[in-house]
Design a protein around this ligand. Structure first.
Ligand SMILES: *Cc1c(COP(=O)(O)O)cnc(C)c1O
Length: 369
């Protein structure tokens, strides 16, 4: 019998919490607090406490929070921000939205994350910030990155969109830089039922300005201190996220158990498996394996009703939208090779042992193992 394994199953996660979700949404409908409001305020406090951050500011997406992060640091035309080409493109949208230029450098082979030495070598008089991504939920190499930033007097901004409750040493990611950004897109480790995001910071002035920028540049209604945005989180998303935040620790533990199970079942195959760096505790947003015959393996798995995905097939420096930056194939060989070899296997807290074993069995069959 073929057991199909969907790549992602948001319905499975919703089922057991549905009564709580329904009650939370009903509360928002009763109060008519549709944009920001008491549930969003409470979620900001609860998410800050969860992440160990003094302040959290809720947004209508991770992309908007990243955009505002650039504004908070007064990054603009003529400036450069050093970042990784191996990420979801929203990381660099923020840089482009303010008229600055992404300055890409290659990644570390082992973690797929921004290489601190290469970031240091790329610093110029135009550099205004360094923006690492905690890709797949695995923390970037934060201490060396902070040392590079410290020596050059540059702020670090963390794109933690995939890394809720990932730890570097004893601290939750998002708290190492001046600003940390999270996404609550439905497929993320903490997902809203729509679009949402947040920014965390220890600086009360940055938090206050972020609240103004997300709300039309205004703290007093109809008085606008600077050009702002409508980037407010919806009340319903705040209420949904409060329910789901209570489960996040257990969900992260489940993801980690699944990753360890895959590891045990696949260790003797030719696949290169994800590994945690010694300083890191991954949130396993994705479980990404590597192999030169990736495309054939993907076809093989899909033919057996096993969902898999590519994160990401084209590195950002080779995307058409950035053709004007004139990067070319070969510029970042580690990122480009990763893009051609990576394959994301199903990983979500509700995945059953039977499903994990079915994925592993199909992979072993592909390799004749
Ligand atoms: C999801 C994601 C974003 C954008 O978040 P949205 O909430 O979808 O706007 C930014 N960076 C990375 C690395 C992401 O995975």
């Amino acid at each position: 019998m073929i057991l199909s394994v969907p790549y992602l199953d948001l319905a499975a996660q919703m089922r057991p919490i549905r009564p709580e979700i329904d009650a939370a949404i009903a509360r928002v409908l009763d109060s008519c607090s549709f944009c920001l409001g008491p549930d969003v305020d409470a979620f900001e406090r609860e998410f800050a406490a969860f992440s160990g951050a003094p302040h959290a500011v809720a947004f209508n997406s991770g992309t908007s929070a990243l955009h505002v992060a650039m504004r908070l640091l007064d990054i603009g035309a003529g400036d450069e921000v050093i970042t990784t080409p191996f990420t979801f493109v929203a990381t660099t949208w923020a840089i482009s939205y303010v008229g600055a230029t992404p300055r890409f450098v290659d990644i570390e082979e082992a973690t797929f994350n921004l290489d601190p030495a290469k970031a240091e070598a790329a610093i110029s008089s135009r550099t205004k910030a360094i923006l690492p991504v905690h890709l797949y939920g695995h923390p970037a190499n934060l201490e060396p990155l902070l040392a590079v930033c410290g020596a050059a007097n540059l702020p670090l901004i963390e794109d933690a969109a995939q890394a809720h409750s990932a730890f570097y040493k004893n601290k939750c990611v998002g708290n190492f830089g001046v600003l940390g950004v999270f996404s609550f897109y439905p497929g993320k480790n903490l997902g809203a039922y729509g679009e949402s995001g947040a920014l965390v910071t220890s600086d009360p002035n940055l938090a206050e300005r972020a609240r103004s920028l997300r709300n039309h540049g205004s703290t007093v209604r109809y008085y606008h201190d600077e050009i702002g945005y409508n980037y407010r989180m919806e009340g319903i998303q705040g209420a949904v996220l409060r329910v789901k935040l209570k489960h996040l620790t257990a969900w992260t533990e489940a993801r980690r158990r699944i990753a360890h199970r895959y590891h045990a079942l696949l260790a003797d195959t030719p696949l290169q498996l994800p590994r945690e760096a010694p300083h890191a505790r991954s949130a396993y947003h994705l479980y990404v394996v590597r192999h030169p015959r990736r495309d054939a393996l993907m076809k093989f798995l899909e033919a057996r009703q096993i969902g898999c995905a590519l994160h990401y097939p084209v590195p950002v420096h080779l995307q058409k939208c950035y053709a004007a930056l004139a990067y070319k194939a070969g510029d970042f060989p580690i990122a480009e090779k990763a893009a051609s070899e990576c394959l994301s296997l199903p990983i979500y807290p509700e995945l059953t042992d039977e499903q994990i074993e079915a994925v592993a069995a199909a992979i072993r069959q592909f390799f004749g193992a």
